[in-house]
Design a protein around this ligand. Structure first.
Ligand SMILES: Cc1ncc(COP(=O)(O)O)c(C=O)c1O
Length: 437
């Protein structure tokens, strides 16, 4: 209904509307498609920006000399500007130097002991820490999954998991997709596969990075009870720290200490530092991950960042965390209220700090992002390959330092620019609104 109204207005008011050249690129040649989109985005000045740094906590970001409200950060609790973390980094740098240039196979830095001890307090299970979440996937998946297993992936599981799954495929392990958060389909596939394979691994995100929606944890919990052959590997990069007791995250809060669940987290995002970690159900699996290629051959997190990580974990074990988590949740609820008040449609409504306003193909999305940037708000246009080619949109995030007035101004700006921008485009460039909830 809304589609037809909007589009008939668009075609009657605008005589020569634009066809988005990026809407017709082939998704088969995905590298060329990504190159085309990035090159257009760069020409428009919405990606590939330089000279960026944070101002006033993380409330603002200065980019190429322009101070903008920061609605693009994944450091949801704003910890990267916390003094304790900065002091942790500085004192570790002064005490231990800028790096410890020995691979962990031979000796691991003393600060890892403190870090692991605090991660154990948070998650109550063994963890393996790596340089990034992607490298943790690379250490974990090929080592905990073997040829007797089959793998099912949510079609929207993060690209970093999908890339590592290619290694599993190359080893002859059966890997296939399941529709997004579709528990019926997962149930059906597990039922079939368990007749042939020992374990069926389902790989999914805890909180999906584009729209912020969670995995269907009730559904997954039921399926874990129903199929003892089902194992989960959950990428909770966007779900940890800002949520759960001591920041244990959305996935761990929902599923608890399950002996068939492994969870990957990011230390790059809400923990305010650098790195990734995998939380494993037992010591045996932790040992397998700790000998994964990136853990054995690569150097690890340098002492200054280990100092910051230890300070971050201390904060996660203190009452300061509760204060920050509650304030962020207030901002999230306020943002929903403002979007509702002005009738700005979201792709999905959830309680994460990630918001996604659907637009359509890359052209109008980039155009809208440029308009929003020009009004002083740093938001990020998201599209192919993170979304289907016609499902691009504006993604914005909230962090602890953002104020209610900032949110109101952003939502008002989106409301004001949205229709005039999309009306410049041919209807085939726009999101199919009937797909929205
Ligand atoms: C859900 C998810 N998983 C993994 C990653 C990759 O994290 P890293 O940069 O630490 O490898 C990202 C990056 O943004 C992500 O959003």
């Amino acid at each position: 209904m809304r589609t037809h109204f909007l589009l008939s207005m668009a075609s009657s008011l605008v005589t020569a509307y634009r066809v988005d050249p990026l809407a017709h690129v082939s998704t088969k040649n995905s590298i060329q498609t990504v190159m085309d989109i990035i090159s257009t985005s760069k020409q428009m000045g919405v990606v590939g920006l330089n000279d960026a740094y944070l101002v006033e906590g993380s409330r603002f970001v200065s980019i190429e000399g322009r101070k903008m409200l920061n609605f693009g950060s994944c450091s949801y609790l704003g910890l990267e500007s916390d003094e304790e973390l900065a002091e942790g980094a500085a004192s570790a740098a002064l005490k231990y130097g800028t790096q410890f240039s020995v691979t962990r196979t031979f000796a691991s830095h003393t600060l890892f002991q403190d870090l692991h001890a605090m991660l154990h307090q948070i998650f109550g299970k063994p963890t393996v820490v790596g340089l990034s979440t992607t490298l943790c996937h690379l250490a974990a998946l090929p080592n905990i999954i073997n040829e007797k297993d089959a793998v099912l992936m949510d079609i929207q599981v993060h690209q970093s998991v999908q890339v590592v799954a290619e290694i599993l495929k190359a080893r002859g392990i059966r890997v296939s997709f399941v529709a997004h958060n579709h528990m019926k389909s997962l149930d059906h596939k597990v039922k079939r596969l368990k007749m042939k394979f020992e374990r069926i691994w389902y790989l999914c995100d805890g909180v999906y990075s584009v729209g912020g929606e969670p995995a269907d944890f009730d559904g997954l919990s039921n399926l874990l009870d129903k199929h003892k052959e089902l194992y989960l590997y959950i990428d909770d990069a966007h779900g940890s720290s800002w949520y759960g007791t001591n920041g244990c995250g959305v996935a761990h809060s929902a599923l608890g200490h399950h002996d068939r669940v492994a969870i990957a987290i990011s230390l790059n995002k809400s923990f305010g530092c650098t790195g990734g970690a995998v939380v494993l159900p037992n010591e045996e699996q932790a040992s397998l991950v700790s000998i994964g290629a990136p853990m054995v051959f690569s150097f690890s997190i340098p002492p200054p960042m280990l100092g910051a990580l230890c300070a971050s974990m201390k904060l996660h074990l203190s009452t300061e965390l509760v204060k920050r988590q509650s304030r962020l949740m207030e901002l999230i609820q306020y943002c929903h209220k403002e979007l509702d008040r002005l009738g700005v449609v979201q792709a999905a409504r959830n309680d994460s700090p990630i918001f996604f306003i659907p637009v359509g193909t890359p052209g109008p999305t980039l155009d809208l992002a440029k308009g929003i940037h020009d009004e002083g708000f740093f938001v990020t246009p998201f599209g192919f390959p993170a979304t289907a080619i016609r499902r691009a949109g504006i993604r914005f995030t909230l962090n602890y330092h953002i104020q209610e007035e900032d949110i109101s101004k952003l939502v008002e700006t989106i409301k004001r620019l949205y229709e005039p921008t999309i009306m410049k485009y041919d209807s085939t460039c726009l999101y199919s609104w009937s797909d929205l909830p």
